[in-house]
Write a protein that binds this ligand. Structure first.
Ligand code: FAD
Length: 380
């Protein structure tokens, strides 16, 4: 296939939108199919590391993304009782890599991605249920009985990917033993300093706050517990999070209380062993469908953006579609395998609950030079 083929992209998350931008830029005609009725909604926030900003630069949209956030300059780590453990100079990241670490609202990232896609049709209310391959193309089948045909199909349908399940014949997701509440809150300027990240470590529980800008933060709380999935957005989540973090250092309770119900999400955390494959014939998975990982390195969406470039690079190299997707699979697996495992290890340590282990963690954080601690999060 040459770069003037057609791609059917299933899912309009960070992965699907980034894939559409990367493929469109090299001349592939894309169509996006989203099961939801709205595009670009998403109540919480996320961090983007230099590797993602570098990838977005190649897509030509870094400035439209970074304008929504002040770069993070400092990270301060405390115990859940407010005792200081360490302080990390985060501006070191941009000095070293030329790109900052930022935290922004998901909706702002979606907005920047959508701005770069003026000519790509996005069909909402289209739940892809399966696909059928034929000699010269692939046909996606939707729940409403409609179909669409292209040269290849990108399954960017998220962590619970139905298309991955069909490709592998099984569901590889595993619950890692803890859940999160997270949200974005608007606060009076000065409540939480711009450029600051603060995290509090308890036993089997953490609370973290990232400044997005002077009057807005993204926060998350975690708890080690049995799997207990509920609707991700529900008015009961805020009182539940408040009850859990009530006695933690401020501004934990303040930011939770300042979060609108629609901007507070409760989910369990899942990942997988590396998938045995990312592609089959004319179909390939991308983003969370390809590499579910814990949020501990803040790399899930960053890697989805990198996947998009890896796919476009593979298309540019040319050849038959299955060969192109095999090359994409090799690139993607090589890049993400180690990150998924590292993220899980880091998450496990951050969720330690036993008093001996939490004492060891505190002593280590106090003893380790902050620069070394930062190395744990390096992804370049
Ligand atoms: C607590 C937590 C914190 C995180 N923090 C960070 C962070 O700081 N930085 C970071 O980089 N990453 C972070 N992540 C990971 C990040 O959220 C994901 O990696 C990223 O959103 C994945 O994007 P995606 O496009 O692959 O999937 P999604 O965003 O899930 O998008 C999938 C899309 O596909 C649609 N869809 C699903 N099934 C179908 C179907 N059958 N047909 C049509 N459409 C379908 C869905 O409606 C959705 O719109 C975090 C994750 C968690 C859980």
């Amino acid at each position: 296939m040459s770069a003037d083929g057609t791609a059917l992209i299933i899912g309009s998350g960070v992965g699907g939108l980034s894939a559409a931008i990367a493929l469109s830029r090299i001349g592939v005609a894309c169509e996006i199919f989203e099961r939801g009725t709205e595009i670009g909604r998403g109540g919480t926030g996320l961090t983007l590391w230099p590797n993602a900003l570098r990838a977005l630069e190649k897509l030509g949209i870094t400035r439209n993304v970074t304008r929504h956030a002040d770069p993070l300059q400092r990270g301060e780590i405390f115990t859940s009782k407010g005792l200081p453990l360490t302080s990390v100079d985060l501006s070191e990241i941009s000095r070293r890599s030329g790109m900052p670490l930022i935290c922004l609202r998901r909706s702002d990232l979606y907005g920047a991605l959508l701005d770069a896609l003026p000519d790509v049709p996005i069909h909402t209310g289209k739940r892809c249920v399966s696909w059928r391959e034929h000699a010269d193309g692939i046909t996606a089948q939707f729940e409403d009985g409609s179909t669409a045909t292209g040269d290849f199909l990108v399954a960017a349908d998220g962590i619970r990917s139905r298309l991955r399940h069909i490709m592998l014949g099984e569901d590889p997701l595993r619950y890692v033993g803890w859940m999160t509440w997270r949200g974005v809150a608007d606060l009076p300027p000065g409540t939480f300093p711009s450029g600051l990240y603060r995290e509090f470590f308890g036993r089997g529980s953490r609370f973290g706050i990232f400044a997005i800008r002077a009057d807005r933060v993204y926060w998350y709380g975690t708890l080690s517990t049995e799997a207990d999935e509920r609707a991700p957005v529900d008015p009961s989540h805020r009182p539940e999070a408040l009850a859990h973090f009530r006695d933690w250092p401020e501004p934990a309770a303040t930011v939770i209380a300042s979060t609108e119900d629609a901007n507070l999400v409760r989910t369990g955390v899942y990942d997988t062993e590396p998938l045995p494959r990312w592609a089959k014939g004319r179909m390939a998975v991308l983003g969370d469908a390809a590499h579910p990982m814990t949020p501990d390195l803040g790399q899930g969406a960053c890697q989805a953006i990198e996947d998009a470039l890896a796919l476009a690079d593979s298309v540019v190299e040319g050849g038959a579609v299955p060969d192109i997707l095999q090359r994409y699979e090799a690139r993607g697996l090589a890049r993400t395998q180690g990150l998924v495992a590292r993220s899980r290890r880091v998450g496990k340590m951050r969720q330690w609950r036993h008093p001996l282990l939490t004492a060891l963690r505190a002593a280590t954080m106090r003893a380790i030079p902050p620069k070394l601690l930062l190395k744990m999060f390096e992804t370049d």
